[in-house]
Design a protein around this ligand. Structure first.
Ligand SMILES: [Zn+2]
Length: 95
């Protein structure tokens, strides 16, 4: 194959587009270039404790979108009152 690639460039084996050797994906077809370092999939048995913790730690629980009391508990009564007031306002507007 003839190419006008410089030493810093090489053609993609899939589409022939000339890519820089510092790139890992072909600029034209998006496939992984043969000189790109292979992505190593980290297996669970190879992970450190910190990696396991970061990967599998339970997500912090987020409160449901209710109004919350100062203690952080859902204030259902206030939420119901707010919904009723909004519905009343909408009813006044619409009818
Ligand atoms: Zn390509």
């Amino acid at each position: 194959m003839t190419t006008d690639a410089t030493p810093d460039e090489a053609p993609c084996p899939y589409c022939g587009h000339t890519n820089l050797r510092s790139w890992t994906l072909c600029d034209h077809c998006g496939k992984q270039l043969p000189w790109a370092p292979l992505k190593r999939v980290l297996k669970v048995q190879d992970m450190t404790d910190e990696q396991l913790q970061a990967r599998f730690a339970a997500l912090p629980r987020r409160p449901a979108p209710y109004l919350l009391t100062p203690e952080g508990r859902p204030a259902l009564g206030a939420t119901v009152i707010l919904v009723v007031v909004i519905l009343e306002i909408l009813r006044e507007w619409l009818f």
